[in-house]
Structure formats: structure tokens, C-alpha cells
Design a protein around this ligand. Structure first.
Ligand code: MG
Length: 383
């Protein structure tokens, strides 16, 4: 890590872990964060959680796990190019979706509605809860005891109301400061990954066609280029040749634009990065527009597609019915959740019970949630 830029996260300037631990012998502190995330229970569950398309509908769609790996890949390339801390960027990316409910955004919206009277539910905040509280791996503490820099990166957004309850990681939302550059990078790597893989999955699912995509300038630009270079190719190979160019354009622009902004800003430490009023990592205006147009297309044509909406309806129903049943009678939850639930209820009343139910549901994979729903509501199903 000798090649790190002055503005990168340096281990010796870290704000540390919540519980002090001896330094690792063969790894950096941020590598240890990454390794703890990879070994966590929540990370393994990502394989059976939906990104946009329900996992059991087809084996080739992205899941939260493969999405997170693609995000980490993109972030590592950019981190190396602008001399950021690669291990930290990777750790943040691998952890960024750990708090997602089953069934993608539909599940999160439904759970948020269920939790309306009890502080709401937000997947970002839940990701932080997973690494700070919910993982049960270590004798001395709850959670994974990650470094401050990794935790600030995982908490991408946060309302003022929640920020004031979070201590150190909440401060920047109150003081209107920025996170370190590795965290800023993770946001963009996430966007690049999902915008492009949702095109791929959307075509695979038959929701959008190449003809429709020609209305998207970023797609059209590289579609024409690929057709001119390789008039004979078609199908998956053609799509992939276009998508790799789109990703390359976005990543290259992100590297060049961020490098220029960092140079112009003169920032020389992670502290100087944090106290600035705006992100230093980002696209150029022209490429930002291309990316935005792609995003709008996906919103209209994929995420609002009737087939996706039907899945959304089912997901909301499953989450709502599970929540209502467990909240009305926590005795229906498996022992470990019921016990923590009653402990929390003793301390915090109904809000504590609701949070225990939300934690249980948020931790479910798509197929576990469906099975659990069947076990509760289908008289023919074994309990
Ligand atoms: Mg993501």
C-alpha cells in the first residue's frame, strides 16, 4: 500500500474500531474488514436475494451477491487508477447491500411501511446494523467491529432523525460533510454495475429489446460501433460487446474526471476530503448525462414493467403478512428471534418488538421468506 495517494484512506490516520483490537499480523486493517465481511452470515445470504429479478425465476440473473462482486470489481479498478485504498473500497462494496430485505426494493418499501410507527426501515441503515450489531461471530462484541472508514462508507444515506442517534458515523449528515473517497467511489461503482447489468438482465428476461435500447444515447453509441466493427455478430455476444464498452466508458470517465477534480482541489488528506462541501469522485458532465439517460430508461422500461410490478405486488404482500403475523404474536418466530425480540420489547416496548421482527424479515432470503409465508398461511405446509 505504499503507492497510496495522500488523499486516500491511510491506516495510520484511521478513526479506528469501536472495540480496540490488536493489529493484524499479515493483513492491513482494511483487508481485515473485507475478510470479516466475506466470512459473515449476511454476505452468504446475498446469493439468494433479488436484485431486480426474483432469483428462482432464472439461474442467470444477477443476485445481490453477484451484483456486489461486480461493484467491487469496478471500484478496485478505479481505486488502483487514482491510488485510493483498494482493500477499503472493496470492503465497502462487498458490504453495501448486506441490509437489503428479500425481494429487492419492493421488500424494503413494504418493510418501511410496516415500520412507519416504529422509526421506519432503511436498507442502508440496516447494512450498518448488520455489521455493527446483528452478526454474532465474536466473543467480545456484537457485529464485525469494522473500522470507522468502512462503516462511514456503508452508511451511504441517512436522515437527520436517524443520524443523531448514530454517534460518530452519523456526524457527517448533521455537519453536511462528505465520506472518504473510497466511500464516494463505492456509490458510483454501484451505479455503473446495476445500470449495465440491468440492461443485460432486462434483455434476458425479454422486458426490453435492442431496438428499444437504441433510444438510449449511451447504448446507441456503442451499438453502432460494435455493428460497424463486427457486422456478423448477434445475440448475447453482441449485447456483451456493447455492454463492455458502456462500462468501460463510464469507468474511464470516472477515473479521468475524479483524477482531475482531485488534482484541482489540492486535497492532501482524508480529513480535507471530508470537510469539503461536495463529492470529489464523479463523472464529467457529458458522461453524467449519458448515465442519467440510461438510468431513466431503466426506471421506465424495466423497473415499472408489468412483470416486475406483479412481482413487486407479491413481494409486498409476503412481507406485510409476515410482519403482521410476527408482530401480533412474536411466539411464532423461531426461538432465537423471539428471545431477542422479547428482550428488546422489555427495554423498548412495542418499538423494540417491531425492530426484532424487522431484523428477522430483513435477514430472510427470497426463498426463505416465501417458505416462511407458506408455513404460516398454507394449512397443507409443514410448520
Ligand atoms: Mg447495490
Amino acid at each position: 500500500m505504499t503507492n497510496l495517494a495522500a488523499y486516500a484512506a491511510h491506516e495510520d490516520q484511521s478513526r479506528g474500531r469501536r472495540y480496540t483490537e490488536p493489529k493484524p499480523s499479515y493483513r492491513s486493517e482494511y483487508q481485515r474488514d473485507r475478510d470479516r465481511i466475506v466470512h459473515s452470515t449476511a454476505f452468504r445470504r446475498l446469493v439468494y436475494k433479488t436484485q431486480v429479478f426474483v432469483n428462482h425465476e432464472g439461474d442467470l440473473y444477477r443476485t445481490r451477491l453477484t451484483h456486489s462482486l461486480e461493484v467491487a470489481q469496478i471500484a478496485r479498478t478505479v481505486a488502483q487508477a487514482i491510488r485510493l485504498n483498494e482493500a477499503l473500497a472493496e470492503a465497502i462494496c462487498l458490504a453495501h447491500d448486506l441490509g437489503h430485505t428479500p425481494f429487492g426494493h419492493a421488500g424494503q418499501d413494504a418493510l418501511n411501511e410496516c415500520m412507519m410507527d416504529f422509526g421506519g426501515f432503511e436498507h442502508n441503515l440496516q447494512s450498518l446494523r448488520v455489521v455493527d450489531e446483528l452478526e454474532e461471530h465474536y466473543a467480545e462484541f456484537n457485529g464485525l467491529n469494522l473500522t470507522f472508514e468502512c462503516r462511514e462508507g456503508i452508511l451511504k444515506h441517512c436522515s437527520y432523525k436517524n443520524a443523531i442517534t448514530l454517534g460518530d458515523v452519523g456526524e457527517r449528515f448533521i455537519n453536511r460533510q462528505q465520506p472518504g473517497l473510497e466511500a464516494q467511489l463505492a456509490n458510483f461503482a454501484d451505479e455503473i454495475a446495476y445500470n449495465n447489468h440491468d440492461v443485460d438482465d432486462g434483455i434476458r428476461a425479454g422486458l426490453i429489446s435492442v431496438e428499444e435500447l437504441s433510444a438510449v444515447p449511451l447504448f446507441d453509441l456503442y451499438y453502432r460501433e460494435v455493428r460497424a466493427l463486427h457486422p456478423q455478430i448477434a445475440g448475447r455476444r453482441l449485447i456483451h460487446e456493447v455492454l463492455r464498452r458502456m462500462i468501460n466508458r463510464l469507468v474511464t470517465d470516472l477515473i479521468d474526471s475524479s483524477a482531475a477534480r482531485l488534482r484541482d482541489s489540492g486535497v492532501a488528506s482524508i480529513h480535507e476530503v471530508r470537510v469539503r462541501g461536495a463529492f470529489l469522485v464523479g463523472f464529467s458532465d457529458a458522461t453524467g448525462t449519458l448515465n442519467q439517460e440510461l438510468k431513466s430508461f431503466l426506471r421506465e422500461r424495466v423497473y415499472k414493467h408489468y412483470k416486475v410490478q406483479r412481482m413487486t405486488l407479491k413481494a409486498r404482500r409476503v412481507v406485510r403478512e409476515l410482519f403482521d403475523a410476527f408482530f401480533a404474536d412474536p411466539g411464532l418466530m423461531p426461538d432465537e428471534h423471539r428471545v431477542t425480540g422479547s428482550r428488546r420489547e422489555a427495554a423498548q416496548g412495542p418499538a423494540g418488538r417491531a425492530r426484532a421482527v424487522a431484523d428477522y424479515i430483513a435477514g430472510m432470503t427470497d426463498r426463505y421468506a416465501i417458505l416462511e409465508h407458506r408455513r404460516l398461511f398454507d394449512p397443507g405446509e409443514r410448520t
